[in-house]
Write a protein that binds this ligand. Structure first.
Ligand SMILES: NC(=O)c1ccc[n+]([C@@H]2O[C@H](COP(=O)([O-])OP(=O)(O)OC[C@H]3O[C@@H](n4cnc5c(N)ncnc54)[C@H](OP(=O)(O)O)[C@@H]3O)[C@@H](O)[C@H]2O)c1
Length: 286
């Protein structure tokens, strides 16, 4: 079992990971960042001796597991630079959600085994070890590496999920729909409002509603979590909404598309007469 680690790229995720792995009992060897001050400052916070700088001078300055936490576009180049070292017995790991472990291929020729280790979480400069607790971490790549990284994920009190390269990409797209586009939906909700103060307050006002929906989704899935006019087959309300939205054709189009995507859930729930569902589908297709 590997015990020591290096982090290359001491940004939001790299910093949180460096601190959290140390607290989980792993041994930090080194921190590197292309602006070295950042790595040095973080190394100073570790309370233990850590090599820091722009780039390792030799493979001896690397831990057994090397986490590459640079932006996605810089991962391949970082792997290419690492591949100038003999990396026998090392795990080289990146943290991108979209890219597969195979982007690290150059280091495999130098004896390393590779994996992608993607925490399904959002990190900021102040994130500490609590940010990993009970989250899911997708782990993809070489079998030995995914097994090893699963142990590291559990040490962070997270839940590892070993997935294939294709599922990794699909999972990332799914996360964009569920998380990033939730933000977009809030923006669109704001576009419905005219009163600037109400518009500004929407995320706060909707917080209890959203939190409850998210909780219901986690407990019961999509069907039982659906509420609102479509779930009741309330065609009068939907017609009034569409009439109001005539003032903004783009929003009306999005409302109709999302409505059409909601009807299969209503159908599955079986609480609305199929004939009414057909009329709703027609209304939402105009
Ligand atoms: N943040 C998240 O919520 C999150 C969640 C899951 C996965 N990830 C993944 O984690 C990785 C890092 O994301 P992040 O959000 O931590 O990014 P970040 O905060 O921007 O940190 C990136 C780090 O890489 C350095 N860097 C920037 N450009 C570089 C280059 N061309 N070559 C080498 N180093 C470079 C930056 O240094 P300087 O700041 O000094 O320029 C910074 O320390 C990405 O693969 C991302 O997809 C992030």
């Amino acid at each position: 079992m590997a015990r020591s680690y290096t982090v290359i790229g001491t940004g939001k995720l790299g910093s949180a990971l460096s601190i959290s792995l140390l607290k989980a009992g792993y041994e930090i060897v080194s921190l590197f960042n292309h602006h070295p001050e950042k790595a040095e400052t973080l190394a100073g916070q570790m309370g233990t001796s850590v090599i820091s700088g722009v780039w390792p001078e030799s493979p001896g300055q690397l831990g057994e597991v090397v986490f590459i936490c640079v932006p996605d576009d810089a991962i391949a180049e970082t792997a290419r630079r690492l591949s100038l070292f003999d990396l026998s017995g090392r795990f080289i790991v990146h943290t991108s959600g979209t890219l597969p472990a195979s982007v690290l291929k150059p280091v495999e020729q130098q004896g390393a085994v590779t994996a992608a280790f993607h925490p399904l979480q959002t990190f900021n400069q102040n994130s500490d070890e609590s940010v990993f607790r009970e989250i899911y971490i997708s782990v993809q790549g070489d079998e030995t590496a995914t097994e090893e990284l699963s142990i590291w994920a559990r040490a962070l009190k997270a839940r590892p999920v070993i997935i294939s390269e294709e599922d990794k990409l699909r999972l990332h797209i799914a996360a964009v729909f569920a998380s990033n586009y939730l933000v977009t939906l809030m923006e669109m909700a704001g576009d419905v409002m005219q009163d600037e103060e109400l518009k500004r307050q929407l995320p706060i006002m909707f917080n209890p509603l959203l939190s409850q929906t998210v909780e219901n989704l986690a407990k019961k899935g999509t069907g039982p979590s659906l509420t609102g006019p479509l779930s009741r087959g309330d065609i009068t309300t939907i017609t009034r909404h569409l009439n109001q939205l005539n003032e903004n054709p783009e929003l009306a189009e999005s409302y109709r598309l999302l409505g059409r995507k909601t009807l299969p859930i209503v159908e599955r729930n079986g609480n609305v007469d199929p004939e009414l569902i057909n009329r709703l589908r027609e209304l939402l297709s105009q």
